[in-house]
Design a protein around this ligand. Sequence first.
Ligand code: AMP
Ligand code: GLY
Length: 426
Amino acid sequence: MDIMVVGGGGREHAIISALKKSAGVDIIYCLPGNGGIAADAVCVDIGAKDIDGMVKFAVEKKVGLAVVAPDDPLVLGAVDALEAAGIPCFGPEKKAAIIEGSKVFSKDLMKKYGIPTAAYEVFTDMDAALAYVKTAPVPTVVKADGLALGKGVVIAETHEEAEEAVRSMMEDRVFGESGARVVIEEFLEGPEVSVLSFTDGKAVVPMLSSMDHKRAHDGDTGLNTGGMGTVAPNPYYTDEIAKTCMDSIFLPTMKAMNAEGRTFRGCLYFGLMLTSKGPKVIEYNCRFGDPETQVVLPLLESDLVDIMFATRNGTLAETEVKFSKGSACCVILASEGYPQKYEKGFEITLPEKLPADTQVFVAGAKRENGRLLTNGGRVLGVTATAEDLPAAIDKAYAAVPLVHFDHSFYRKDIGQRALKAYKKEK
Ligand code: AMP
Ligand code: GLY
């Protein structure tokens, strides 16, 4: 069977690497992929938002499964269009992808069904929003309603910062129409946990938990990024907390989506904060997280193709989803200046052979005249798996110097916060 993966980042590279382990897989196409993914899949120059293009291609190639990985095409209805053309898909339909596509939708869903989340207010009128933030307790969290490349969230430390955030979203429309409505919510504190889950609308099967590192620099300083590294599993996420999350968040969310006539089939991502009052939802994503996927899927022992079909067909409860007992660590190498201005076009050198249990997932690169060149902010992720968390961190960092491009930077402390919780647990 041939498979089509839509997207072109480190997440898609990790998905392709996991799909390749499945026995029945022949060709894997990646639309559009990137210069690094080209080593593992046939990259096709069709953009991830070009729905007509991807449908035409999938039909022409008679692909047996399409995996739509990024949020944009899911929210635009790529799965609906592919399924209508007879292509089996992994990923939610448009009406379910709204759980990520609109923060107002997801906040209202949680309120209606009693799912724990930060208290919030929604505004479509800027003056009302400005009046509200003048007296709201700080820090205050201001969020654009729609998709904003993961950048539509401002944690305002002062009332002035909150007002500025409201103006930039609602008046200047820095995130375009995504800022037509804003959510202003309570600031929550505690360790963050990402839980990716498979759900077919009948069962929710969580994958291993993970911890992202969103800030650009060591010690959680600098600007928010798409994620500078991850570890899995997340030691803060104990069995007891996992049970609480299943009962108070995961199953209620699945049932709420069913009750709304928006059954979610695919990967539902729960971004959680473990507050002193229990776990609360920070955000839902309608897709695999990045770079979470770069640590979670290397630890998957079961067949990903089988799981994806089961998720689509409603047979997840009868399907094995097993993870190894070990840990993984991913360190992202980025272009100097990211997440702001950075240069591209530097040659990337990778070793002929990577050490055992180490993989490089390429996110922002292109191939030109046989050379691999940087072509994005987050360039690649170095992932290592090992028997436990300390060993995974050591192994990932030992492999980082084997990869090179000029003007790169990476965080030196991926996993250090997790390690503290890990040691306490031991
Ligand atoms: P989001 O795009 O919703 O994931 O938000 C990005 C990041 O902002 C999250 O990973 C959190 O670190 C932070 N954040 C979002 N909402 C809140 C909140 N209510 N309280 C504290 N931090 C938040
Ligand atoms: N790493 C966060 C996300 O994928 O949204």
